[in-house]
Design a binder for this molecule. Structure first.
Ligand SMILES: Cc1cc2nc3c(=O)[nH]c(=O)nc-3n(C[C@H](O)[C@H](O)[C@H](O)COP(=O)(O)OP(=O)(O)OC[C@H]3O[C@@H](n4cnc5c(N)ncnc54)[C@H](O)[C@@H]3O)c2cc1C
Length: 435
């Protein structure tokens, strides 16, 4: 079985503008900073550094955006998914967490500026994010979220059931939490646009150049690909869930979890589904998140069941969508269905690993990489600019293997959330919603 889901299933490469021209590395070149991996982490780092005049080379095994960055669902929600802000502080300490929280909470606005400044054609829409309360009791969690994020300077708010209906078209919700910073986009369009923007500042990107290894020689890193080498002062691996070789045991720092994304054919009545084209989250344990693309497709993502193929996955997406939007036809016309890989690790906040003097790796974004890729890019640029480690927004840790239980823990958590949903719905006196 191939290690990664096929890129040929994904919608975005077909609807995004073409990638900037790039070729495999041929020969031996030099740079101040060599970045391995042309995903959001690598490309935001490359853009930040090249903008400051640093000499940067990006080496990509396949093509720009080949990993999660070109195939995700395209939701940019500037929050922490699994943790409250106080949870982030508990994990990282006051100083680092303050910096990380400010980066992450502002990520969507900053990406929006990049999109405008470099005229990146990526269907960027910043109409906000609505997380629904699927049971009455869940409004308390929404209130906590509002207080948490507004306490950190955001202007989020609660919405009642009527307003949720107006924003999302969803029936049967009890209210929700509205975050005006939420955005959505064509992620391959953003990946390719970031590569082009970095190139405008002099960064060089080489595709089809898988890094086979790196050695430290005379205070420099020599990074080897089949066609040539890069000699650099600093080396960054940003290879995420799609790590293929390059550095021993890097792929053991996380465990893979699959996500599915479905896109309907363009629908003439798309605005009935999401009248304000927000990013909509249906508030359940196995989250259904969806939006409209620029052509009127509903693009929806969920975690698939462990067993079952395409038909079962589409049925899952369809039954959830139809529950919220009863006017949808019995059978939706799906144009594409794809899956992709997340690099899950225990605390779900990205992890930076020390590979040697002047070399670090980042993995373990555990989803939410659209805003977090920008956040990590700023931290990696600070690191490359010799900001003292104690002042970085993320700690640099020794390379460590993800615990074995992470192979199953996210799936178990998902099942537990689903049972919790059932229980809460029963207590609410609701008829059972579709799984
Ligand atoms: C199906 C799916 C849906 C998702 N939906 C969302 C969403 O809606 N919102 C959100 O915020 N996040 C979402 N995510 C998560 C998000 O896409 C990822 O967290 C993010 O893109 C990771 O970025 P990255 O730069 O760390 O890694 P990647 O984008 O995976 O990039 C790593 C790159 O490194 C390259 N590489 C690997 N090994 C080598 C090597 N040896 N030499 C050279 N290059 C190498 C790979 O080919 C790849 O291009 C989703 C992910 C998936 C898979």
């Amino acid at each position: 079985m191939p290690r990664f889901s096929p890129m040929s299933d994904v919608l975005w490469p077909r609807t995004a503008p073409p990638a900037p021209e790039a070729s495999p590395l041929a020969g031996d070149i030099e740079a101040e900073i060599c970045i391995v991996g042309a995903g959001f982490c690598g490309l935001h780092t490359a853009l930040s550094l090249s903008k400051e005049g640093r000499s940067v080379v990006v080496l990509e095994a396949e093509e720009v955006g080949f990993g999660g960055s070109g195939r995700n669902a395209g939701h940019c929600t500037p929050t922490f998914h699994h943790h409250s802000l106080s949870g982030v502080t508990e994990m990282l300490g006051a100083r680092r967490s303050e910096a990380l929280i400010q980066l992450q909470l502002n990520a969507s606005d900053r990406i929006g500026e990049i999109v405008r400044d470099y005229q990146i054609d990526c269907e960027w829409v910043q109409n906000g994010y609505v997380m629904c309360a699927s049971t009455r009791g869940r409004m308390a969690a929404m209130t906590r979220k509002r207080d948490d994020y507004n306490g950190a300077g955001q202007a989020t708010r609660l919405a009642d059931a009527d307003e949720v209906m107006q924003l999302t078209g969803m029936h049967g919700q009890f209210g929700g939490w509205v975050h005006p910073g939420g955005a959505h986009l064509n992620p391959m369009g953003l990946s390719r646009g970031l590569a082009r923007a970095a190139e405008e500042h002099g960064a060089r990107t080489h595709i089809h150049s898988p890094v086979k290894g790196a050695v430290r020689d005379a205070a420099k890193w020599r990074v080897t690909t089949p066609g040539g080498t890069v000699t650099a002062d600093k080396l960054i691996f940003a290879t995420g869930a799609y790590t293929q070789g390059g550095w021993s045991r890097l792929e053991r720092t996380f465990r893979i979890m699959r996500v599915m994304v479905g896109a309907t054919r363009p629908m003439s009545n798309a605005a009935d589904v999401l009248p304000k084209n927000v990013t909509a989250h249906d508030g359940r344990g196995n989250i259904l998140v969806y939006k409209l693309d620029a052509f009127g497709r509903i693009v929806a993502s969920m975690f698939p069941r462990l067993m079952g193929g395409r038909v079962r996955m589409l049925r899952l997406l369809e039954s959830r969508l139809r529950y919220h939007h009863p006017s949808l036809p019995e059978r939706l016309e799906w144009e594409c269905l794809w899956t992709g890989e997340l690099d899950m690790q225990r605390n779900t906040i990205p992890r930076l690993y020390r590979l040697g003097e002047g070399a670090v790796a980042v993995t373990g974004l555990s989803g939410r990489g659209v805003p977090t890729g920008w956040t990590v890019g700023q931290v990696l640029a600070d690191w490359a600019n010799e900001v003292p480690e104690a002042d970085l927004a993320l700690p640099i840790e020794p390379l460590a293997q993800a615990p074995a239980y992470m192979a199953i823990a996210p799936q178990l958590a998902l099942r537990a959330y689903e049972l919790r949903d059932r229980w809460d719905e029963w207590r609410d006196g609701q008829s059972a919603r579709p799984w």
